[in-house]
Write a protein that binds this ligand. Structure first.
Ligand code: PXP
Length: 249
């Protein structure tokens, strides 16, 4: 059964729209935990467009589940992670102009550099996950860095047309299988919604889904605690949609 990491970046987006004090992502992290979040995820971007350094410090002190810090593989972010010590760091690619993380990290082309960073974070007892597309050569490169976790990029599946979704889902399922045969543990996320999450949650070996935008959007109508509760029910007990056929390779 997969668990649920709730990404609260969009709470900070509302605050930063006015450079005001509210809404406070730390208070909302608590509400997400009350709704059953198994972890809280934030992305400290280099441009600090939503989550701020102070948020991460305060979250470290108050999150009672697990704190997952998404960050770029830079010296600045490494120093922050080593100081704040989240439970997990998820390394993501980052471009200033992007609206959100667009693709998976190209681990294959920067394996050597990532080996050092992964090792230093793991030596500090921080779990490291690499956000990658479910491609065999990227997964092999992830294993070669010494990281123990990957987060499979679900954006392709979420954006695929209805006709192409089974194929995209099969790629994720195959990715989970390959990752696990390389000794990696598997999370997934990006673009998941209440409508499309169940087949991904049902993939064999899926440990945690990181979900943000759709939960914060629903929270406007029903409150964050209830929005998390509703998502957690889908993640924990997904229907195996006959449309998707067999989801195991
Ligand atoms: N996982 C990663 C690595 C991400 O970068 C994001 C977006 O910040 C998410 C999960 C959550 O994506 P969404 O907000 O679309 O649920």
């Amino acid at each position: 059964m997969a668990s649920l990491g709730v990404n609260i970046d969009h709470i900070a987006n509302v605050r930063q729209a006015r450079h005001a004090a509210e809404p406070d992502p730390v208070s909302y992290a608590l509400l997400a935990e009350l709704g059953g979040a198994d972890g809280i995820t934030v992305h400290l971007r280099e441009d600090r467009r939503h989550i701020q350094d102070r948020d991460v410090e305060r979250l470290r002190a108050s999150v009672r589940s697990r704190l997952n810090l998404e960050m770029a593989a830079t010296a600045e972010m490494e120093a922050i992670a080593l100081r704040i010590r989240p439970d997990m760091v998820t390394l993501v690619p980052e471009r200033r102009q992007e609206v959100t993380t667009e693709g998976g990290l190209d681990v294959a082309s920067q394996r050597e550099a990532l080996c050092g960073l992964v090792g230093r974070l793991q030596d500090a007892a921080i779990s490291v996950s690499l956000f990658v597309d479910a491609e065999p050569h990227q997964l092999e490169a992830c294993a070669a860095t010494g990281a123990r976790w990957v987060e499979l990029h679900t954006g392709g599946y979420c954006e695929a047309s209805w006709a192409k979704q089974p194929e995209a889902l099969a790629r994720l399922s195959e990715g989970s299988f390959i990752a696990r045969s390389l000794g990696l543990r598997v999370n997934a996320g990006h673009g998941l919604t209440y409508q499309n999450v169940e087949p991904v949650a049902a993939i064999e070996g899926m440990e945690e889904l990181n979900i943000g935008h759709t939960i914060v959007a629903r929270a406007l109508a029903v409150g964050l605690e209830q929005a998390v509760r509703q998502m957690k029910a889908l993640v924990q007990n997904p229907r195996r949609d006959p449309l998707f056929g067999s989801i195991h390779p």
